[in-house]
Design a protein around this ligand. Structure first.
Ligand SMILES: *Cc1c(COP(=O)(O)O)cnc(C)c1O
Length: 362
């Protein structure tokens, strides 16, 4: 049996550190917006190379609050891609704005900059490039278009903690960025969590108010806000894990390189020359994807499909006004992609066993 992922192995590998961190929080008796969250925010901002990070309740809420902080709402349009987690589009709609979808490139599976200009209208206020599967979108041309049209860029970094673009980590290229700490992400909590990263002090201040009822002073709302807070236990856990993230990402890259060396019968994920992939997922492509997945399942190997249907073809998002065929590259990818097991603790022998099983499929 080779599971698609295994979070227990990681816990066991750092159990003493984690147990000490959670005990420290319990002992202190402070669970919301205390010293662990403040320390994590500082450490995470430093890791990304940005000035400010704010812990929030989830990645979805990070995107939602970031958009609100940018002043986006009803009547506005926000451009993103069709092959993302539904969270990206759900967060856009939570603000009252309309999601506009831009197709992706076949090679990187990321936002196609050639098609981006055509998606822009006078109502476009923001672009959300998604650094899908652990790889940065091609940010320079996206930032250039956005600058020329006075549009914000919000990076969706939920799958790309530590990924590089032109020598710097993603998350500090746009005006603002959103991260998720869902347990399976490259940096994962033991529950929900997220963060918003920015270099803009005013945006950081707005984010801080929005996440807690708009409070500047306790019990007095300066603006209308909500409750979306990272909690102390998760922050303490994330502080422990952040110290291991570079090593874990390196282990992911080593396993991905071995897959890419061994696999013979499927289309491999492509690492774009402008950056460094952190392989949140190792996604291959096959025209016989479903049969391949069944072949692996019969051999005790877990796989997953991220994501089996593009956003615009899901029942809840008919309102976006797209039909099958409108975003052909993303639609084709949804039929062909398959994620193989990949996590830092996966043994190299297991990588070889998975690769052998894939290569045996005819
Ligand atoms: C996981 C994810 C999110 C949402 O994060 P949650 O913490 O689950 O709310 C948003 N965008 C992308 C690309 C994701 O992978």
């Amino acid at each position: 049996m080779i599971a698609f992922f295994d979070l227990t192995k990681q816990y066991i590998s750092i159990r003493d550190e984690l147990d000490a961190a959670t005990a420290r929080v319990m002992q202190r008796g402070m669970f919301i917006l205390g010293p662990e969250v403040s320390a994590f925010e500082k450490e995470f901002a430093e890791f990304i190379g940005a000035q400010f990070a704010t812990g929030v309740g989830s990645g979805t809420e990070a995107i939602h609050i970031a958009l609100l902080a940018l002043g986006i709402g009803a009547g506005d349009e926000v451009i993103t891609v069709p092959n993302t987690a539904v969270a990206t589009v759900a967060a856009i709609e939570l603000t009252g704005a309309r999601a506009v979808l831009c197709d992706v490139r076949a090679d990187s599976m990321l936002m196609d900059v050639e098609k981006l200009a055509r998606a822009i209208t006078p109502r476009t206020r923001a672009i959300i490039p998604v650094h899908l599967f652990g790889q940065s979108a091609d940010l320079d041309p996206i930032l250039a278009i956005a600058r020329a049209k006075n549009i914000f860029v919000l990076e969706d970094c939920a799958q790309a903690h530590g990924a590089m673009y032109r020598g710097k980590r993603v998350g500090a290229y746009g005006q603002i960025a959103a991260f998720s700490f869902y347990p399976t992400k490259n940096l994962g909590a033991y529950g929900d969590g997220g963060a918003i990263v920015t270099n803009d002090a005013q945006l950081a201040e707005r984010v801080n108010l929005l996440r807690q009822y708009g409070w500047k002073e306790r019990y007095t709302s300066a603006i209308k806000g909500m409750n979306s807070r990272l909690d102390e236990l998760q922050a303490a856990i994330l502080r422990v894990k952040l110290a291991h993230l570079d090593a874990w990402n390196a282990a992911r890259r080593e396993r991905a390189a071995l897959y890419s060396e061994l696999l013979k019968t499927v289309t491999l994920p492509r690492e774009m020359p402008y950056g460094q992939h952190v392989y949140h997922l190792y996604v291959v492509r096959s025209q016989k994807r479903d049969a391949l997945a069944a072949h692996l399942k019969a051999r005790g190997i877990g796989t997953a499909i991220q994501y089996p249907e593009t956003i615009h073809l899901q029942p809840a998002y008919e309102n976006l006004g797209y039909r099958r065929g409108d975003l052909p590259v993303a639609e084709k990818l949804a039929r062909e992609i398959l994620s193989l097991p990949l996590y830092p603790e996966l043994s190299l022998d297991d990588v070889r066993a998975v690769a052998d099983a894939v290569n045996q499929f005819k």
